[in-house]
Write a protein that binds this ligand. Structure first.
Ligand code: UDP
Ligand code: MG
Length: 320
């Protein structure tokens, strides 16, 4: 039996839930897709999201609510949804696929329907690429491009640009991804680790968010950026050592040059300002590199504790 799981993470999306459900059902029905289940991960919402989901569950057989005990963040929410699906299918008998979606309708349900059709035709990994994002202004786009450039230069895995978390993974990929049990989750990077060779890519323009506001602020994005570099590479450490070595060589040359100047040419030594700026420059460099090392050590610290990633309860339809 073949089944599709739509994993939808929602954090304060009360107004979007009914609209999304409507649109999903309409689109899937029009393509004669019936055997699907919607796994809503309520990521500790403080509004009526859970109430909306419970209401929807009462009149439908195919809604599962994964209710996180608090807000753990989008990546963890997706992991929780994925773990639920993996647990449900642990017998390994059934064929299934999962689709990750946002709850704010920026991931169009008609594309989800298209993905399912492609999966039925045999595609195992379907990714999407945003040709445009109507929600984001120019500033964000410039920042985003810079971010991906730095990321792909520094990181060992290649993370494609403008590829949102909207994607379909066949059973095989679900099992692979689930075998990676790092605490810091970054789906984009984890997929690249697994390999993207067979990926089929769909282009779409992301519309504006249906209602509510974006949950990603500057600090979320900063964390995501640092995570994606540190988690998949030790290159920053290597660059730090390299610059250290370069600095050493440079200072020895500079020393030799000043000794030569003062002995041979008897030039009086001034230049406190040069000295001061050199000291400040190298001190900040040291602090920066200590910061890099700290980021890695911090991650080891968290990883070693090996805590569960989240706490939640699964709410199923009682009549089932
Ligand atoms: N989300 C979540 N937990 C969070 C933040 C966001 O589950 O801590 C969900 C959110 O409800 C939405 C999706 O992740 O369905 C994407 O978030 P958002 O639309 O705010 O991000 P953007 O599209 O602006 O990048
Ligand atoms: Mg959004």
């Amino acid at each position: 039996m073949k089944k599709i799981y739509l994993i939808i993470s929602a954090y304060n999306e009360e107004e979007n839930i009914p609209v999304l459900l409507d649109s999903l059902e309409k689109n899937l029905q029009s393509k004669n897709i019936a055997n699907y289940e919607m796994v809503f991960v309520n990521d500790g919402s403080s509004d009526q999201t859970l109430a909306e989901l419970l209401k929807a569950q009462k009149v439908r057989q195919n809604i599962i609510i994964v209710n996180q005990s608090k807000n753990f963040g989008h990546e963890i929410a997706m992991t929780a949804g994925l773990n639920y699906v993996a647990e449900e299918n642990k017998s390994g008998e059934n064929d299934f696929a999962v689709i990750f979606m946002d709850a704010d309708l920026q991931h169009p349900p008609e594309i989800a329907a298209e993905m399912i059709q492609l999966w039925e035709q045999g595609k195992k990994l379907i990714l999407t690429q945003r040709t445009d994002n109507e929600d984001k202004g120019l500033r964000y786009k410039i920042l985003g491009n810079t971010y991906y450039w730095i990321l792909n230069t520094l990181s060992d895995v290649k993370i494609p640009r403008n590829m949102p978390d909207f994607r379909l993974l066949d059973k095989k990929y679900v099992l692979w991804i689930n075998s990676l049990n790092e605490t810091d989750r970054m789906f984009r990077g984890m997929l690249s680790l697994v390999g993207l060779q067979d990926a089929h890519i769909i282009n779409f323009a992301a519309p504006k968010r249906n209602a509510g506001t974006t949950k990603y602020n500057f600090w979320n994005l900063y964390k995501l950026a640092i995570d994606s570099v540190i988690q998949f590479s030790v290159k920053p450490l290597r660059i730090a050592t390299f610059i250290g070595v370069l600095g050493c060589i440079f200072s020895i040359l500079f020393l030799a040059y000043s000794i030569y100047n003062s002995w041979i040419h008897h030039e009086p030594r001034t230049g406190y300002l040069t000295l001061l700026s050199a000291v400040i420059f190298f001190c900040s460099l040291i602090i920066f590199f200590l910061g890099i090392i700290g980021e890695y050590i911090g991650r080891i610290h968290i990883e070693v504790k090996n805590r569960p990633l989240y706490f939640n309860e699964i709410i199923k339809n009682e009549e089932k």
